[in-house]
Design a protein. Sequence first.
Length: 279
Amino acid sequence: MKVKIYLLVISFNLFAIGFDAIEIYTFPNDLSLSGAGVASRELLYGNPAITQDENSTISFSSNKFNEYSSSGNSLLFSKKGYALSISSQKIDDIEIRDEIPSDDPLDIVALPFLSIGISKGIELENNLQLGVGVHYYYSDLWIEKDKEFTFDFGLKKIFLKNFQIGCMIKDVSINQSKIPINYIAGISYLNERYNTEVLLDYNYSNSYHNAVHVGVIQKIKILTLNFGYSSNLSDIHKTTISSGFKVDINNNYSFLYSFLSHLNTNLGPSHYFGVGISI
């Protein structure tokens, strides 16, 4: 599938072309939960207010969006509340055209996108966790390049034993940024008897996003099953359903697969594959 972009559009937000218009999640768990999990106990990234034990975790994942000729790779390292992530994504076959319609485009290019992030979470008294993160974003479309630095601020707190709340302000920029700020609040409930975590998030953006995200994490011995659903309250075309699984091997290795489908669109399915190592 070729993505058509007109010169008139290039002066606008490049991030909106590839990453605002379609939800591209960074890691398999993000995709399998349709973006839910700001208050999750299970996820090791997303909300910077994350603390861990002494073990280090290294994860690598690869993704493919079939209908958008898009693919990418991600690397995550986490230890003692620190998290480092590196993600790349590329959309191929973008047609550059001028304002006058024609059969032949001016050029056919690819849109590369790079994200590097680092965060630190700390645990305080009364089951309160705080965190801060910084991101570097880079994109290159034909004659225009974009570079952005943004900050994330997060909070988590356990209450009533099995409930945990979380909130996050994502992609805050000191300067005027093309990347929209996201305000996310969520709650999670852990059923210890069945080892099930239920997630509910609300995400509001100053640019485009006004959505509800729902996720379920079910652990069965070495197998973890994820299910997700998201609905954009402002745009029915940004509704997704997702699922995925993780298999843990000898407590040191894991294999992950995730699948997401965009409803009410022709974007087609998205697939993520990943492996993890606990040191």
